[in-house]
Design a protein around this ligand. Structure first.
Ligand code: ADP
Ligand code: LRH
Length: 485
């Protein structure tokens, strides 16, 4: 049986999965998992990319130990927008900055003052969020030879080949959506050095075998290929959605909730800009029209805070207690900028509730209930905006990623949206990463339809039907979020 190693680096954890391909079905086994978190130093926020690299090598060793020469290929995906800069000899110049680092917001204001938000959105199709690569790069002073997005950086270390994979490149805010290539007009206008970027590589390109020293260090065969898979984690997750109808939306739910659909053409209108939507590229060049909702970040930061303060919190027990708590007692807008930085999330939630005249969540259970009710409302807001902007009705919502294991959030999303929720796969990103690799090797037929059939064959989603009246959700939504937010 052919095995593919799918390396998936999320903002909260990295994992290496062994993907066993049999016919058009892929089964995943976890070879390694390691925590990931941004590291603050002197007011800056970095990723420990070398710690992640060590975790990846450990994981590849574990794949080699179990699958040996059956391992045909390796592919890496990660969160979007962040990058490492290399010198002319190919060495890393500094630790990559985390997208939550404060520098992007200031540069964003300066760039938008020059380009205008609507014009920049019309050019790139990318929602001007402070963390976009374009704003981070505008804040850089370092002179570099090359810029590689995180998965391309790890791919370079594994294979020796530099690539600029298309799905992740599409998140940078540096691409002209009309041509699909880096926008020279934009980089010239902003004084950015286009020479640090290279040709865009389509998802599913075989870059070549692993470097001999990597094969030796991991025990993988020297014939193992490195594949530029759909390297944006959200693109990989969307590539693994087990669609049952063509009126379905997805929520790729982990640190973020990415709520959207796949389309043939972008929507880069002022209305889409105002509603917070972005146009990213899918594995087959489709448009992933989606909105970033803050996601389970609020919960994971809360759990970290309680642990730092000496209260050990068990996630399943916390979710049971949140399920038993009163619904919609207090709600927050998860996308309020005050929740974007790492820190004491429960305190910020208490302050928000006090300011808005709502009961202040006192216990972890009440806080978790507030977060999950609020996320369900934010999911509803995004689905409604999606329908309004696309003119297409959504009857089913697929929740994929780690958040699909949160049965309470899935049920609340069904209740709040009034739509069927299909939950899973929870490792959709690794599955999509492996599906794109399998197609690149000809193990699965090419094209989106064959991949969707393989995604369906590989996943058994859990069904949540909406329960209870819609009215409390509608009222909470209007009260707090406003009709169009
Ligand atoms: P990322 O890729 O952004 O790091 P994941 O897709 O791995 O995120 O999802 C991580 C989130 O999934 C966690 O923050 C947690 O809230 C949720 N999660 C993980 N395991 C479980 C579980 N067993 N039950 C409920 N939620 C879970
Ligand atoms: C999710 C994700 C998302 C981006 C964000 C920076 O992990 O890739 O799609 O917007 O990280």
């Amino acid at each position: 049986m052919t095995v593919l190693a799918a390396v998936d680096l999320g903002a909260s954890s990295g994992r290496v999965m062994a993907a066993h391909v049999s016919g058009n079905r892929i089964g995943l086994t976890e070879a390694a998992r390691f925590p990931n978190r941004a590291v603050p130093v002197r007011g800056r926020l970095y990723w420990d990319v070398l710690g992640l690299w060590s975790g990846v090598l450990d994981g590849l060793r574990a794949v080699a130990a179990s699958a040996g020469d059956d391992t045909a290929a390796v592919g890496v995906d990660s969160w979007a927008v962040d990058y490492g800069l290399l010198d002319a000899d190919g060495h890393l110049l500094a630790n990559p900055r985390c997208y939550r680092d404060p520098r992007g917001a200031e540069a964003r204001a300066e760039v938008l003052a020059r380009t205008g938000a609507e014009d920049l959105f019309a050019l790139t199709g990318v929602q001007p969020q402070p963390f976009n690569t374009v704003f981070q790069l505008a804040a850089e002073t370092t002179r570099a030879h090359r810029l590689l997005l995180i998965p391309d950086l790890l791919g370079y270390w594994l294979s020796g080949e530099a690539a600029w994979e298309a799905t992740n490149a599409s998140t940078t805010g540096l691409i002209d959506q009309a041509t699909g290539d880096w926008s020279r007009d934009l980089t010239d206008a902003l004084g950015l050095d286009l020479s640090v970027l290279g040709p865009i590589t389509p998802a599913g390109t075989v870059l070549g075998p692993l470097l001999p020293e990597i094969a030796e260090a991991t025990g993988l065969s020297a014939a193992t290929e490195y594949i530029a898979t759909a390297s944006h984690d959200t693109a990989a997750a969307v590539a693994a959605v087990p669609y049952e109808t063509d009126r379905a939306a997805y929520i790729s739910c982990g640190t973020w909730s990415l709520v959207g659909t796949e389309r043939d053409t972008p929507i880069a209108t002022p209305a889409a800009l105002d509603a917070g939507f972005t146009n990213e590229r899918g594995a087959d060049g489709t448009v992933r029209f989606l909105r970033n909702v803050a996601g389970l970040w609020l919960l994971s930061e809360s759990v970290d805070t309680w642990r730092r303060q000496g209260t050990d919190v068990d996630l399943p027990a916390l979710l049971d207690a949140a399920a038993a708590a009163e619904r919609l007692r207090s709600v927050v807008d998860p996308d309020d900028p005050r929740f974007a930085d790492p820190g004491d999330m429960p305190e910020r939630i208490r302050a928000y509730c006090a300011e808005t005249g709502q009961p202040v969540p006192a216990t972890p259970a009440e806080t978790a209930a507030c977060i999950l009710d609020s996320l369900a409302l934010a999911h509803r807001r995004a689905i409604e905006a999606l329908e309004a902007l696309t003119g297409e009705a959504v009857d089913t919502v697929h929740i994929v990623g780690g958040g699909s294991k949160n049965t309470l959030l899935c049920q609340l999303t069904a209740d709040a949206t009034g739509r069927t929720v299909l939950a899973g796969p929870d490792e959709a990103t690794a599955l999509g990463n492996a599906l794109v690799q399998a197609q690149a090797l000809g193990l699965i037929e090419p094209g989106p339809e064959a991949r969707r059939a393989a995604a369906r064959a590989s996943a058994q989603p859990r069904r949540h039907e909406p329960q209870g009246p819609q009215t409390p959700w509608t009222q909470a939504s209007q009260r707090l979020l406003g009709p169009n937010r």
